[in-house]
Design a protein around this ligand. Structure first.
Ligand SMILES: Cc1ncc(COP(=O)(O)O)c(C=O)c1O
Length: 426
């Protein structure tokens, strides 16, 4: 699952004690394991190898340049959703011709830049967007390859805020409308509308929604080909599960074994956009206990890590396993499930110092005794954690450290108060 394990009563990342990293870089702190990124990417790559897919790691899930470099080194390409993410990919020398550019609201400047650098595929979400791309491509006099994002109307059975492939969504167009879009916009001097893109939501911890959505996409492609359109690629999106409680995500090979037979012999280039299945388990967030206090019947553990470092619990009531960094041998956790309780544990809410009742990292958890100064680890915080970090309450963005074997290095320095006001000194 990952390379964060307890040994002799203390948490280690690969070959390094987490407490040593904190001694060097303080808290709140994100710690990433390079090997975990590589392992998860490698599993997807190997599972889908028969179809030789273009695997476009979803930059939005964890965008640090050093991590993008590691994934590029493993053979990954990238899925981007903004001009900012395009800059990151270009900065690490990523090949734009293998990059997919998604998002419902691309601006003219973003479209122009992407065409100029030779983006691989625009994932197009509406007729208006297609017309803008066509217009800008003809001004720039460079071709643009597009995949139409289609909603297969499949329920991924995940949180309503991260369900995207149903009919009622701001994303993509439905299947019937897709045929009309191809009929109307399928041919142009500069735009090649030659691919279909689907993304049903995330995290999707069952295989069946992928089988249903891929089947529907292939049926649509067959119909479009019958209508005379040349379709040469299918992007099945991301959303593959990650381990938050320990074992809930199906292995990459299970997704692949179900999807490959639907695509075999279809003469389609397969693209994937995995984010969290690669990054979620590759990071932890470390906070330090500031105070403990009671309020009514509740016990609170107040740490210097907050919703500003990990907003998923506040946003989606997401579960993240939370445990002391050095609980001692008696409290080495047996698993990462929400109902984990060991003799001597106490019911607590883990909260941050931000002035919001929604500022919590964990609620109603049985935790070992904790005192002021003790470190706490919030697991599976590699995806949608640091990237969603905010400066709310004028809290500087936290530092990030990458562990590679027995060594660790800073990959994002902690912001200073000066950094925070720098753009306002006008
Ligand atoms: C179009 C698209 N592709 C890929 C992803 C990555 O999802 P995940 O990180 O769950 O794999 C997302 C997530 O929002 C998305 O919207």
């Amino acid at each position: 699952m990952d390379h964060f394990q307890y040994n002799n009563g203390t948490l280690r990342c690969e070959g390094v004690a987490v407490s040593d990293i904190v001694a060097a870089h303080g808290t709140p702190l994100y710690i990433y394991s390079a090997r975990t990124f590589q392992d998860h990417f490698g599993r997807l790559r190997d599972a889908f190898a028969e179809l030789d897919p273009v695997i476009c790691y979803s930059v939005k899930s964890c965008h640090n340049l050093h991590i993008l470099r590691i994934l590029k080194g493993s053979g990954s390409s990238f899925d981007i959703v903004s001009g900012g993410e395009l800059s990151r990919v270009l900065e690490i020398g990523g090949d734009p011709s293998r990059v997919v550019f998604a998002g419902v609201g691309k601006t003219d400047d973003e479209i122009r830049r992407a065409i100029e650098v030779g983006i691989g595929w625009f994932n197009v979400e509406s007729e208006q967007e297609l017309m803008r791309i066509d217009r800008i491509a003809s001004e720039v006099k460079k071709p643009a390859t597009c995949a139409l994002r289609v909603n297969p109307d499949v329920d991924p059975k995940t949180h309503r805020y991260t369900t995207t492939g149903k009919k009622e969504t701001k994303f993509g167009v439905d299947v019937d409308r897709a045929r009309r879009v191809f009929a109307e916009f399928g041919t142009s001097d500069y735009v090649s509308l030659s691919a279909i893109h689907i993304h049903i939501g995330s995290p999707v911890n069952t295989i069946d929604p992928y089988v249903q959505s891929t089947t529907r996409a292939v049926e649509l492609i067959d119909a479009l080909r019958n209508d005379g359109h040349e379709i040469n690629a299918l992007n099945i999106g991301g959303g593959f599960g990650a381990h938050y409680e320990g074992d809930e995500a199906p292995p990459a090979k299970d997704y692949a074994e179900a999807v490959i037979p639907i695509l075999r012999d279809k003469s389609l280039r397969l693209l994937l956009e995995p984010g969290r299945s690669i990054s979620a388990n590759a990071g932890v967030l470390i906070g330090r206990t500031i105070f403990t206090k009671s309020g009514g019947d509740k016990q609170f553990l107040i740490t210097d890590a907050a919703m500003t470092e990990l907003i998923r619990p506040a946003l989606y009531e997401a579960y993240h396993f939370t445990w002391p960094v050095s609980p001692g041998e008696d409290f080495e956790p047996e698993n990462r499930r929400s109902d984990l309780s060991m003799a001597g544990c106490q019911l607590m809410d883990v909260v941050g110092p931000v002035c919001e009742s929604g500022d919590f990292l964990a609620k109603n958890r049985m935790l070992p005794p904790m005192e002021r100064g003790d470190l706490l680890a919030v697991f599976s915080a590699g995806a949608y954690a640091g990237v969603m970090g905010s400066r709310y309450n004028s809290r500087p963005l936290a530092a990030e450290v990458l562990v590679e074997g027995d060594t660790f290095r800073l990959i994002r320095r902690r912001e200073t108060y000066d950094d925070m006001v720098g753009c306002e000194r006008l």
